[in-house]
Design a protein around this ligand. Sequence first.
Ligand SMILES: [Zn+2]
Length: 254
Amino acid sequence: MATTLAKSNHEMTDEEWQARQQLAATYRIFAMMGWDEAIFNHITVKVPGEDGAFLINPFGLHFSEVKASNLIKIDIDGNKLSESDYGVNKAGFVQHSLFHRHLHDAHCIIHTHTTATAAVCSMEGGLQPVNFYACNFAGKLSYHDFEGVTVREEEGERLLENLGSNRILMLKNHGPVVIAPTLPIAVIQYWALQRACEIQLETMRAGDPIVVSQDVIDVHQRDLFMAQASAEPGKAEFDAWVRQVDKIDTSWRE
Ligand SMILES: [Zn+2]
């Protein structure tokens, strides 16, 4: 396997370096969007071609400070596999590790507490089919009752059971977990969910939302799926956001 010597002097494959750059870009997109949460919350990705290795943000840094080289490689239990001056928020990785461990398609996981998504997670009925983006998700979201901060392993069984075959789990009174096979798909899904929640909240503030019928939701989801069928879903949007990030700061590439 080809190797690249990164600035951290940590020897790695080209695939790992590419995954590091894409994940660092994702953190910067989230920072640019205002979807950061002090030094908390996590976006994780599996290291390609390496079983049981994941990349996570260094604990203590803001999303806008994440670079390809300062991401930390960890095992499924959150133990460091690469040298770093920073620690890992092991508690924050508990639910990520659960999904990475048990779902073969969980290559990327995003969990954040944006105001709009956390607000809808905290609302009776959760996301309602009352706007364009929300109709994307009708029937595709799972919900999990709040049990306090998600650091106890024994909650894992219920998290998996409640997720079922969906790949977005709305943690009630908390925030969403978005699970996807690639980072661009995870980001575009998170973006659409964020927009659905923002618009639902704004609509509820303004008046009575119009509920879309199941027949129309079915047509919407069928046609949307066909329109979005591309070789690399989410890539065009991801690349456009990366160009915006680069206008602010290109250091994520280092
Ligand atoms: Zn959380």
